[in-house]
Design a protein around this ligand. Sequence first.
Ligand SMILES: NC(=O)C1=CN([C@@H]2O[C@H](COP(=O)(O)OP(=O)(O)OC[C@H]3O[C@@H](n4cnc5c(N)ncnc54)[C@H](O)[C@@H]3O)[C@@H](O)[C@H]2O)C=CC1
Ligand SMILES: CCCCC/C=C\C=C\C(=O)C/C=C\C/C=C\CCCC(=O)O
Length: 258
Amino acid sequence: MALEGRTAMVTGAAQGIGRSISEILLKNGAKVALLDVAEATGTTLKKSLDGQYGPERTLFIPCDVQSQQQFKAALQKAVETFGHVDIFCNNAGIANENDWEKAVSVNLMGVVRGSYLALEHMNKLSGGQGGVIINIASLAGLGPFPGAPVYTATKHGVVGFTRSMAATSKMSGYGVRFNMICPTFVQTDIINSLTCPAALGQFAHLADPTRKLMEQHGVLDVSRVSEGFLQLLLDETKDGEALVVVSKGSQYYTFPSL
Ligand SMILES: NC(=O)C1=CN([C@@H]2O[C@H](COP(=O)(O)OP(=O)(O)OC[C@H]3O[C@@H](n4cnc5c(N)ncnc54)[C@H](O)[C@@H]3O)[C@@H](O)[C@H]2O)C=CC1
Ligand SMILES: CCCCC/C=C\C=C\C(=O)C/C=C\C/C=C\CCCC(=O)O
């Protein structure tokens, strides 16, 4: 199998896109450390995956990506259990325009924190074995998502950070590839934020047009994102790339040259 002997770590793995990415990694032979702040959902998923793949293939670690201490300990536990980690997916994210500081903390600071911890472990210049880091951004990382300015800002941040890290890693010789995925709407629980006045905050009046936007764009199955993830992971020529996943297909985004 393509990923036999490889070990991955996925944040926000208990459900939705993170779960689908974890499952495609397992199907292709990898071992996966599943990180999530939702302990009950993560524990239930781990039990179900144990039945399918055997208990030694996964590890569930309760972890809030906002906590440096928890995140560092989670990586340490995965390394102790599996020997190394060579695939890292920063996927955990929330949509909350009301508690916008938390959205920045989870969606952007969590991605920076996870990427730096993973790089510290993988960096060939400091004894690591190299690896691949794939961050989950959004179509909202490439253009404005009306009604969700802070969500949009965090995803633009993920795109800029990941592209810069790819260039930094290449120029430094770290042996670590950085890529990102920019999906349109995907059928997961986060979609409920669109009809949740508490999540929309001061922009609750835009709930209807935003829902219409979602109908126009279409809502994808999570498998479309995990298939894109596998493509980016296995193609070693991809570095600093944004894979856009929309209803009509998936394609690499061409950024304007400066
Ligand atoms: N569903 C969609 O339409 C799209 C989602 N995305 C992105 O995909 C990623 C995954 O979201 P979905 O699966 O759609 O949502 P989801 O709400 O189904 O899953 C998010 C997961 O992240 C976990 N999580 C939230 N805060 C966390 C924290 N502080 N620490 C650790 N785990 C945490 C949740 O417990 C949950 O298991 C997010 O970054 C989201 O922004 C991107 C484009 C479209
Ligand atoms: C706080 C409310 C935000 C609700 C967010 C719910 C789901 C978000 C998923 C995304 O990541 C967004 C995906 C696609 C939309 C992005 C841009 C919209 C395109 C705008 C346009 O067509 O003009």
